[in-house]
Design a protein around this ligand. Structure first.
Ligand SMILES: [Fe+2]
Length: 216
């Protein structure tokens, strides 16, 4: 498979700089679409996560919104065969992005999404994942929320439905399923905190428009 094209990265610097045109979010969308073209169901899921992130971002600080939306588009690119190295898709994806000069926050969000640290520990990759910072805040919670309430086909679901489906699809021996014993409460906490964050936004919109938001 042909290696995907990235942004222009200035050579030789310890802190690579890159230009993402027309915007980081657009670059993220087109990059994820190209990398996941071979995995249509994963691409459908990523589109659903990103649609939800575009809505959820309205509850975040303006400077944080592009970070969430870009990370939502990119969070599962590590499943692409061309990026697969260690087999832990958050780490494979984050390393690819870091090498292209993608902002460190986006790389960290991708690396640690949805409880990846617990999975990494089970796979003996904890120290390698720790190369990336885990910001542990509302943007990180929001990315987990968007991922954990979107089905493999990109449809909105509850955390419970998503978790039941995950266990059935992967089986009890899969590290992602085994890790639920460690990260299940943290996953639920991220969803709960983001839902609380969204309440004022949703009620405000309902008051203004008389309609509920679309359930992305
Ligand atoms: Fe995902």
């Amino acid at each position: 498979m042909e290696e995907p094209q990235g942004p222009t990265v200035s050579p030789g610097g310890a802190e690579p700089s890159a230009t993402f045109l027309p915007s980081l979010e657009e670059w993220a969308r087109s990059t994820a679409g190209r990398l996941l073209a071979e995995l249509p169901r994963r691409w459908a899921h990523s589109q659903g996560v990103a649609r939800k992130a575009e809505d959820v971002a309205l509850a975040l600080e303006p400077a944080d919104r592009p970070m969430l939306i870009a990370a939502a588009w990119l969070h599962d690119i590590g499943y692409a065969a061309v990026l697969r190295k260690c087999g832990l898709h958050p780490l494979d994806g984050a390393r690819y992005l870091a090498a292209l000069g993608v902002p460190g926050r986006v790389c960290g969000l991708v690396a640690h999404h949805s409880g990846a640290a617990s999975v990494a520990a089970l796979m003996g990759l904890g120290h390698q994942l720790a190369e990336f910072p885990d910001e542990r805040g509302p943007v990180r919670d929001a990315l987990w929320y968007c991922d954990l309430t979107t089905s493999p086909d990109g449809l909105p679901v509850s955390l419970r439905t998503r978790t039941v489906e995950l266990c059935a699809r992967r089986g009890p021996d899969d590290p992602v399923v085994r890790a639920l014993a460690d990260n299940g409460a943290e996953r639920a906490g991220a969803v709960r905190r983001t839902e609380s964050l969204l309440c004022p936004v949703l009620s405000g919109q309902n008051r203004d428009s008389g309609h509920g938001r679309r359930n992305g």
